[in-house]
Design a protein around this ligand. Structure first.
Ligand SMILES: Nc1ncnc2c1ncn2[C@@H]1O[C@H](COP(=O)(O)OP(=O)(O)OP(=O)(O)O)[C@@H](O)[C@H]1O
Ligand SMILES: [Mg+2]
Length: 263
């Protein structure tokens, strides 16, 4: 194609987070280009969620630097980072329990937009139309008036994504989007990620379900003890000696067999 390579959408330089003497995230360098779908795996306690907490501003950086579209993210509060164009979902289902499915998305439409904040947080007809369109996009329109606390795990996972999209992000961070789902639901969620890719979103997601990660990621990262153990092709993780030894164990063989069966 020629020409200069585009600047990364997200640039993390030596990003580090410590809790007392524990180094949870240890000098992570991660560049995400526009359009990438990066899947992060790794053992429990590897620092994956902590890394997303740093990018989304829920935790302060101990050291290092995070740039989004060339602008410094570190030190800004989470709602400002959201207004810059970074949205996220959570490992455990998050939402306003006492509110309906529609009201949850509506709240994100109103509070997630920097323009709305300046006009005084009133809910206007375009907000309602946008919220309703998001529910349709994720097949939640029949559940619009259900209380969130009564929604199924699958619907709550979809709702978290619809809520994140209501803030009109460029970068979407997903923490275990299919954690707790059944195998057929996981297959259905591959389609949800396709919707997000077709919207042109850049994504970084954490996932332990390797068949999902390799199905949707364009690039895989495996973290261990806060550091990057592997950064490369999703298919390559099942063939990497260190990843197999530390993380995949016997499931590396299953992944290799599945790969052989699909080619
Ligand atoms: N607020 C906190 N205070 C102290 N220690 C913390 C805090 N948050 C995380 N940790 C520790 O930091 C390390 C990394 O945790 P983190 O939640 O980022 O792991 P993870 O890779 O997301 O794991 P999992 O796959 O189980 O979700 C763990 O040892 C955890 O106990
Ligand atoms: Mg986690």
């Amino acid at each position: 194609m020629g020409g200069l390579a585009a600047a990364p959408l997200l640039e993390c330089n030596k990003v580090t987070a410590t809790f007392g003497s524990l180094v949870a995230v240890d000098h992570i360098d991660l560049f995400a280009a526009q359009g990438e779908t990066i899947g992060i795996g790794g053992p429990n306690g590897a620092g994956k969620t902590t890394f997303l907490d740093l990018v989304s501003g829920l935790l302060p950086l101990t050291s290092g630097e995070i740039l989004f579209e060339g602008k410094t993210v570190g030190g800004r509060p989470p709602h400002r980072i959201c207004h810059m164009g970074i949205a996220r979902t959570f490992q455990l289902n998050a939402g306003f329990e006492g509110m309906t499915v529609l009201e949850n998305v509506l709240a994100a439409c109103v509070f997630g937009s920097p323009n709305n904040v300046s006009r005084g947080l009133f809910c206007a007809r375009p907000d309602l139309e946008r919220a309703e369109a998001l529910l349709v996009e994720f097949g939640l329109e029949d559940k619009a008036s259900d209380l969130v606390e009564n929604a199924s795990v699958l619907d709550r996972k979809k709702l978290m994504i619809a809520t994140a999209l209501a803030t009109d992000p460029k970068l979407l961070l997903l923490d275990e989007p299919v954690g707790g789902l059944t195998p057929p639901e996981i297959d259905e969620f591959v389609g949800v990620i396709e919707i997000l890719k077709n919207r042109g979103l850049t994504m970084i997601f954490i996932e332990h379900v390797m068949r999902f990660l390799t199905a949707v990621a364009t690039r895989a990262i495996i973290m261990h003890h806060g550091a990057t153990l592997y950064d490369g092709s999703p298919k390559g993780i099942a063939h990497d000696g260190a990843v197999t030894e530390i993380y995949l164990g016997a499931s590396a063989k299953t992944m290799q067999a599945a790969e052989a069966g699909s080619t």
